[in-house]
Structure formats: C-alpha cells, structure tokens
Design a binder for this molecule. Structure first.
Ligand SMILES: [Zn+2]
Length: 236
C-alpha cells in the first residue's frame, strides 16, 4: 500500500499507519488549541494516539486468534476510521469466525478491567469518573472509558463491525453462508439508516459518516460473498 508506512513489527505482523490517520491528531490538536488553548490541544492530540493504541490492541487480539486458527495475518493498518487487520482469508467455518470476531471486543473489556485499579490509584476516583481534557489525569481517564465504548460499538450487529461477523457466524450454523451474510447485511443496513436519521436529527456529522460507512460495508460484504458463491458454482 503506497500511502501507508510501517511503524514496527510484532508477533510477525507488520503494524502500518496510513497517512489519513494523521489528520485526526492534527485536526483535534488544532481544533482544541484554537478553542481552549495549546495545553488542551496537546492533550487532545495525545488522546488520539492513546485511543489508537487501544484500537491496535483490539486488532492484535483478532490477529493472534486468527493466526492460532491457521489464518495468516501479514499486517494491521491504522486508518482515519480505525484499524484493519488484513487476514489472508475470511474463515467460512462459523466457529472460527465467531472466535476471531469475539476476542476483539472481549479484549477491550479485559483491558478496561486491567486499567481500572492502576488508574484509580494514580489519578484518583474523582478524575477517573470525570474524563475530559482539562487536566492530564482527566485525559488519562478517557483511556479507561474508551475501551468499553470500543467494545460495545464493535458489538453492533452490522458489517464491518465484529457484531456483524458474530451474527453471521451464529446464523451460518443453521443456514448456508450466503443466506447468513444476506441477513446480517440487511440488519447492518437497517442500523445504518437508523444512525443516518439520528445523525441528521442530532446534526452529528461523525454519526452520518459512520452510517454511510456501515451502509456501504454491508453491501460490500454481501457482494463479496455473493461473488465467491457464484464463482464456486461455475468453477469445477
Ligand atoms: Zn474488531
């Protein structure tokens, strides 16, 4: 990939960062600096990196589980919208897809539990329960809260979120893979339309963007599986 460069390598997986990623710390850094002063801007930019460290940990959880199940994961790339672990293939065995998908959100819940007491002792209860950007301890409190948020967001049953894959894997136990994908993609589009209306209602541009992203990802996944299936039928 031309616009992504390698940060480091861990567990034989290349961790890459896409140039679009840098828009985020720059945007939040400048936005908060302009409105609340440079110190808040600096904390906002730092928070973006910490959030992405949690996203990277989440993707690593998926990747290590996939590798354990025999699927090669050459790289993880961090984009503006989040992380993507490129797996050599998407497993068709429902239990494999289930476990690979479920460990990501599960890891964020575990990370939140692990972070709770160290943060409680270092930054104090007061700061931990009032995350923000007004001080460094409050900024660190976000690192705890972002994990359950990431987990719950990823459990929404819509592609490309883990919840969509978990749903498909559960359906695929009882029906064929294409049908399971179609139902999951349909539900994903319903969620996308719901988010779109919520985004327009709340004038929340990020939610509108997420809605569009989910809508097209659901269709993309359905097309991919449909193509694979039709190709399977014609090929000997
Ligand atoms: Zn995930």
């Amino acid at each position: 990939m031309a616009q992504a460069f390698r940060l480091f390598r861990i567990f034989e997986i290349d961790i890459k960062i896409h140039v679009s990623f840098f828009l985020l710390p720059l945007f939040f850094g400048f936005f908060y600096s302009a409105h609340y002063g440079w110190a808040v801007g600096l904390r906002a930019a730092c928070l973006v990196f910490l959030v992405f460290a949690c996203i990277l940990a989440h993707e690593l959880a998926h990747s290590l589980k996939a590798k354990k199940l025999g699927i090669a994961v050459p790289e993880i790339t961090l984009y503006l919208i989040g992380g993507v672990a490129s797996m050599q293939s998407i497993p068709r065995e429902p239990w494999k897809e289930f476990w690979i998908s479920v460990v990501g959100p599960l890891f964020n819940f575990v990370l939140a539990l692990v972070l709770f007491f160290p943060l409680y002792w270092t930054i104090g209860k007061e700061n931990l329960f009032s995350p923000g950007l007004a001080s460094w301890p409050q900024m660190l409190a976000n690192v705890f809260w972002i994990n359950p948020i990431l987990a719950v967001f990823n459990l929404i049953p819509a592609f490309p979120m883990d919840g969509g894959r978990i749903l498909r894997s559960l359906l695929a136990v009882r029906m064929n893979y294409l049908k399971a994908t179609q139902i999951s993609a349909f539900l994903g589009r319903l969620f996308a339309i719901l988010f779109l209306f919520m985004g327009i209602w709340m004038r929340h541009w990020m939610l509108i963007l997420i809605a569009l992203f989910i809508y097209f990802s659901a269709s993309g996944e359905e097309r991919r599986v449909w193509y694979e299936e039709s190709h399977r039928r014609v090929s000997p």
